[in-house]
Design a protein around this ligand. Structure first.
Ligand SMILES: Cc1cc2nc3c(=O)[nH]c(=O)nc-3n(C[C@H](O)[C@H](O)[C@H](O)COP(=O)(O)O)c2cc1C
Length: 422
């Protein structure tokens, strides 16, 4: 199986520039610097590289939204906030292969004619930020970053910026506000960051994994990358499997690998002979699937067809015996805590969802509470500046639609049938 990112992740020295170079690293940057810039963008378009941060927007298409006029400097921002519960892949890239990211940044900035890049890393990732900074220093000393890269006239400055631990700051416009030293609140779009982004300048925001794929695409060509995946969704993905499976962890797999084989072959199936009850496929914001819905390819369109999302690749396995009311209640506590408070439907709605679920789970639910949750969801969906409200609504609705009996059971019996207590 062809791997794009993780081939050398087992080598502890791969994070150092010397080993990275010995294993072919920075060859793609040398090649890119001799290519016309438009050709690099064209290869990325051919690669069908879909953003790995959650929304799955095609990277090459996004890059094309930058204004043609070069009078305003352009900025690349790397989203290393990795806030989506169930997702833990970007930290792996940053700790095991930081030069993949840096080489990807250099190539992307060259192709987009950007001379400034910020790597926005979540505040808790202190060690990750140190490793990325060390790699930036090494790359600068070796002439891959800084002034006159590899003897060309191309200059690029890369700065690491640590966030302060807020989920909302993973949303690209909040991230930009936070980067500017403002409160991490989302901005109304349009204007989109590609025209008015960081410091008012044209800005591209991309996820760590998206940009780490770029060197491979330049080396092997867009078509080859596209051929690893499925139509309109190329390459491999880093899939994070958590929950009570025998081998939880990050797996690099071709886009389109079936969810069943991710859980049962790669992650070894469930521990202690447990049966599967449900799966959240793409991080906690994505609609839950029942155990009988896992014969589906892990790619953006296949997931959409069955009403869910590949999201950021965070597969959360839920075993038989889990109380789905309790599970949803835990998720809603997270969204209520993380709602930034700017939009009323999200600020009030997330709080209400958490509160009503808490009372249902505690045996104090009232008749009509399930309908109340669904009504609150209807008043949140699509009515806010950013999709954090939708990110709370999608699990809430899908848990109820697919496991309604458990919610009704709590109301009927006035207790959790699973014996859970908060
Ligand atoms: C509430 C919220 C949180 C997000 N958190 C992240 C995150 O932690 N990392 C990330 O890459 N994208 C996150 N995103 C998606 C970004 O807004 C954006 O789509 C992404 O960084 C674009 O990069 P990509 O096109 O390479 O995926 C989040 C979106 C929302 C609405």
């Amino acid at each position: 199986m062809e791997l794009v990112l993780t081939t050398h992740f087992g080598n502890e020295r791969y994070r150092f520039a010397e080993t990275y170079e010995q294993l072919g690293g920075y060859g793609a940057l040398r090649k890119a610097l001799s290519m016309p810039k438009e050709e690099i963008v064209a290869e990325v378009r051919k690669a069908n590289l879909r953003g790995r941060g959650g929304a799955g927007f095609p990277a090459g298409v996004k890059w094309g939204f930058l204004p043609k006029d070069l009078s305003r400097p352009r900025i690349l921002v790397i989203n290393a906030d990795e806030g989506e519960p169930g997702t833990f892949k970007d930290r792996l890239i940053m700790t095991r292969g930081p030069h993949l990211l840096i080489e990807g940044i250099a190539i992307t900035c060259y192709a987009l004619e950007a001379h400034t890049c910020y790597v926005y890393i979540r505040g808790e990732f202190v060690r990750e930020a140190e490793i990325v900074q060390e790699a930036i220093d090494e790359a600068t000393a070796k002439g891959y970053l800084g002034k006159g890269i590899l003897g060309t006239g191309f200059d690029l400055e890369v700065t690491v910026h640590l966030g302060a631990g807020a989920y909302i700051c993973g949303e690209e416009t909040s991230l930009i506000n936070s980067l500017e030293g403002k409160r991490g609140w989302p901005r109304v779009k349009p204007p989109f960051p590609a025209s008015v982004g960081a410091f008012g300048l044209p800005t591209i925001v991309n996820n760590v994994e998206t940009i780490a794929d770029i060197p491979w695409i330049v080396t092997h060509g867009g078509e080859k990358f596209a051929s690893l995946g499925v139509e309109k969704d190329g390459g491999t993905r880093l899939i994070c499997v958590s929950g009570p499976v025998k081998k939880p962890g990050v797996y690099e797999l071709p886009v389109g690998t079936s969810l069943r084989s991710i859980i049962y072959e790669h992650a070894g199936g469930l521990r202690d002979g447990k049966a599967l009850k449900a799966v959240i496929p793409g991080g906690s914001s994505t609609p839950v699937l029942r155990a009988d819905e896992i014969d589906v390819g892990f790619d953006i369109e296949s997931m959409q067809k069955i009403g869910t999302m590949a999201g950021s690749g965070g597969v959360i396995v839920i075993p038989e015996g889990t109380c789905m009311v309790r599970a949803l209640s835990v998720l809603m506590n997270f969204y209520a805590h993380e709602s930034c408070g700017q939009c009323t439907p999200c600020r009030e709605g997330c709080g209400w969802l958490a509160k009503v679920l808490h009372r249902i789970e505690n045996g104090q639910g009232r008749n009509g509470d399930v309908e109340l949750i669904l009504e609150v969801c209807d008043n949140m969906l699509g009515r806010t500046i950013c999709p954090l409200a939708d990110a709370a609504v999608m699990p809430a609705q899908s848990f109820i639609w697919k496991f309604r009996e458990e919610f009704d059971g709590h109301l009927r019996e006035k207790k959790c049938p699973y014996g859970n207590r908060f």
